[in-house]
Design a protein around this ligand. Structure first.
Ligand SMILES: Nc1ncnc2c1ncn2[C@@H]1O[C@H](COP(=O)(O)OP(=O)(O)OP(=O)(O)O)[C@@H](O)[C@H]1O
Length: 243
């Protein structure tokens, strides 16, 4: 399909979202959480989505990365109109192109940290030992290689978060989507995560989108989108003065 088909998508956009609306049913009423959002996430950039609790950040990035259907609107990820794919095509698209870091780490309790971090590679058919070795390279960069053989319940919250981060990056996805990636980490570990995200996730043909409240890392954004009550109120290189 022509890239211009969705209201003027820039061909360089990693994500082009147009007219995104999302409603949730709450008892007898319908709550509109996103009101016709138009947004672009550019390749080669680290884009932050910030805003008050409940403003719709998680809902927006979930729609942008193919895990939550919009009520209305269209999303292109690297030129693919993702909500026109079949369910199976969408699952495969996510597996091949997107890495996720969510607030719930969703680690598999019965396998160790290295195996958890290796899951995307194993899902794509790589031999377990080779996948574990690749995962360990990231665990080392995140300073938790010594935890590689431990089960998730034997790890601290911050260590579990870093395993989830390794899992999101291990298959070198073109798009990395993160919800509060530094929330459970001290300042030094948070910086280490951000350095790794920039190293792995930001390149001319890659992009990274991050929801964060963490003002310790605001200076690292290339672009900041501010959401208020389901609408974009700022989209620029710097944080607006009132935040
Ligand atoms: N599954 C759902 N059913 C009903 N309402 C929902 C659902 N998911 C989100 N909401 C509502 O949508 C609004 C936006 O939620 P969302 O999680 O996107 O906000 P957020 O900006 O990410 O918040 P936070 O910073 O607290 O994580 C909230 O009012 C929330 O209660």
């Amino acid at each position: 399909m022509n890239t211009q088909a969705i209201g003027g998508c820039d061909p360089q956009s990693a994500i082009c979202a147009r007219g995104i609306t999302r409603d949730f049913e709450a008892g007898q009423t319908t709550i509109r959480v996103l009101h016709g959002i138009d947004a672009d996430v550019r390749s080669g950039e680290m884009t932050y989505v910030v805003g008050e609790s409940g403003s719709g950040k998680t809902t927006l990035i979930s729609i942008m990365c193919g895990i939550l259907y919009p009520t209305a609107g269209e999303v292109k990820v690297f030129g693919t109109d993702i909500y026109k794919l079949t369910d199976t095509e969408l699952v495969n698209f996510r597996l091949n192109n997107i890495g996720f870091i969510f607030q719930q780490y969703n680690l598999i309790p019965s396998i160790d940290a290295a195996a958890n971090a290796a899951v995307p590679l194993i899902a794509k058919g790589m031999a377990v030992n080779e996948a574990r070795e690749r995962a360990k390279v990231l665990l080392e960069k995140l300073n938790i290689l010594d935890q590689a053989d431990k089960l998730p319940r034997q790890l601290s919250g911050g260590q579990q978060q870093r395993v989830a981060i390794a899992r999101a990056l291990v298959h070198e996805p073109r798009l990395v989507v993160c919800d509060e990636p530094t929330a459970a980490l001290d300042a030094r570990s948070g910086r280490r995560v951000m350095d790794l995200l920039r190293e792995v996730a930001v390149a001319p043909d890659r992009a990274c989108i991050i929801v964060t409240h963490d003002n310790r890392i605001f200076d690292l954004a290339d672009r900041i989108i501010v959401l208020e009550d389901g609408r974009i109120t700022h989209d620029g290189k710097d944080m607006p003065d009132d935040h």
